[in-house]
Write a protein that binds this ligand. Structure first.
Ligand code: NAG
Ligand code: NAG
Ligand code: NAG
Length: 389
């Protein structure tokens, strides 16, 4: 009986011990399971928090992107508006004679050569020796705002008539002719102008008026130069420009298939072709017959070029940026090989003008007639002698 009791006690002790162990193990297991479920919960929470965060970040980034875009657009808009306001102010300043900070030469208009007198003639002949190059832009004057964003204006180069011409737009056929720069300046809009209608529409802004003729560029498949006599209002000649695969001559002014220029030596064509599409080419033309006398592939890139002009046989290419900034002459090409780009000064145009849709040089006055967003601007050039070899 006692033995049994011991046995039972032992057994129950063993059972109790065993039970305790099991209990212990169970508690640990529970604790672990608890922790695991907590981890699970936490992991889930972390995961969902992470997902939420990611979503938030993504949507915030999207918003940021959108906001950045709006901000950029706003900034662009503001920039353009500031440019416009600046130009309006400059224009008003030149109209009112007040000129606090712009280097405006008020004598520009008065100095216009309406009569080539003996003194000027002597000067002109000296210039046609053509040993001059630009050293800087001395002064500017915003004369007027008439017309759309793109266009061209010029005085009749090479003649003493003093007449001024406005070729507004890039696909029109009607020229506004003013008797003088003063007439243009005081004309409400184009009301003081005589209208001259051409036999066909021009293309781009690459035209010149030279010795009573307008030479305009026309594109009907091929690129043509048409010579139109302004005295008797008739087209007297036209010629297909003898290169194949024309591409717009300047990278930034895609509506102009070819540009024309007049300098001390006569008429020039500035063009680009698909075969040599990274650089600008030029040709000397006979102003009477429209024959090509000689052609050159220049070392001036097309990319970011907005306009060009020729002085004494040297091509000056003006560059800008797609978002219009400050225009500058950054490449020159001298057909007489007396000036290289390295020697030529980097010429910046005054202030931050938008972009020039045309720049026309007048050899007698040493002025550039520029068209910028509908504004007619005159730049007065300072010259120096080309380096002697
Ligand atoms: C100039 O051309 C623009 C279109 O390019 C036109 O809206 C505007 O009326 C024209 N202005 C004049 C004065 O011809
Ligand atoms: C313009 O034409 C008239 C005749 O219509 C002529 O008398 C005059 O000499 C011409 N002027 C020029 C510059 O060619
Ligand atoms: C206009 O003048 C040119 C020469 O300048 C002449 O060849 C042409 O025949 C003239 N046209 C008319 C219609 O008089």
């Amino acid at each position: 009986m006692r033995g049994l009791l011991v046995l039972v006690t032992l057994a129950s002790f063993a059972t109790a011990q065993h039970q305790a162990l099991i209990d212990y193990l169970e508690r640990r297991l529970l604790a672990i399971e608890d922790r695991i479920s907590v981890w699970h919960e936490q992991t889930n929470r972390y995961a969902s928090e992470l997902r939420e965060l990611k979503q938030q970040m993504v949507s915030q980034l999207e918003n940021l992107d959108k906001e950045k875009e709006t901000l950029r657009l706003n900034l662009d808009g503001v920039g353009t508006r500031v440019d416009r306001v600046e130009r309006e102010l400059d224009y008003l300043e030149t109209q009112n004679g007040a000129q606090p900070c712009v280097d405006v030469d008020d004598k520009l208009i008065e100095q216009q050569v309406t009569q080539v007198n003996e003194k000027n003639k002597a000067k002109y002949e000296k210039m046609s020796d053509c040993r001059h190059m630009i050293s800087s832009i001395k002064a500017m004057k915003i004369l007027k705002r008439v017309g759309g964003p793109k266009g061209m204006w010029t005085k009749d180069t090479g003649s003493a008539s003093g007449k001024v011409y406005i070729l507004n737009g890039t696909d029109e056929d009607t020229i506004h002719e003013f008797a003088s720069v003063q007439d243009l300046a005081r004309s409400p809009g184009t009301s003081l102008a005589k209208q001259v209608t051409l036999p066909s529409a021009w293309r781009g802004t690459g035209h010149v008026v030279y010795n009573g003729n307008v030479y305009y560029v026309k594109q009907a498949g091929e690129v043509m130069v048409v010579k139109f006599d302004l005295n008797n209002s008739s087209a007297t000649d036209s010629a297909v420009f003898p290169v194949q695969d024309h591409i717009p001559v300047y990278g930034l002014s895609t509506e102009t298939p070819m540009d024309l220029a007049v300098d001390e030596e006569g008429l020039w064509a500035i063009y680009s072709t698909r075969q040599n599409d990274r650089y600008i080419s030029m040709a000397k033309m006979d102003a009477n017959t429209l024959d090509i006398e000689q052609m050159w592939d220049t070392t001036c890139p097309r990319e970011n070029a907005e306009a060009a002009f020729v002085i004494c046989g040297t091509l000056y290419v003006v560059y800008n940026t797609k978002q219009p900034g400050r225009s500058r002459v950054q490449c020159v090409f001298d057909v007489n090989e007396m000036v290289t780009s390295e020697e030529a000064p980097l010429v910046y145009f005054p202030k931050r003008y938008g972009s020039h849709s045309s720049l026309k040089y007048n050899p007698q006055e040493r002025l550039l007639y520029a068209w910028d967003d509908g504004y007619q601007i005159l730049y007065k050039l300072d010259m120096k002698k080309k380096l002697e070899i």
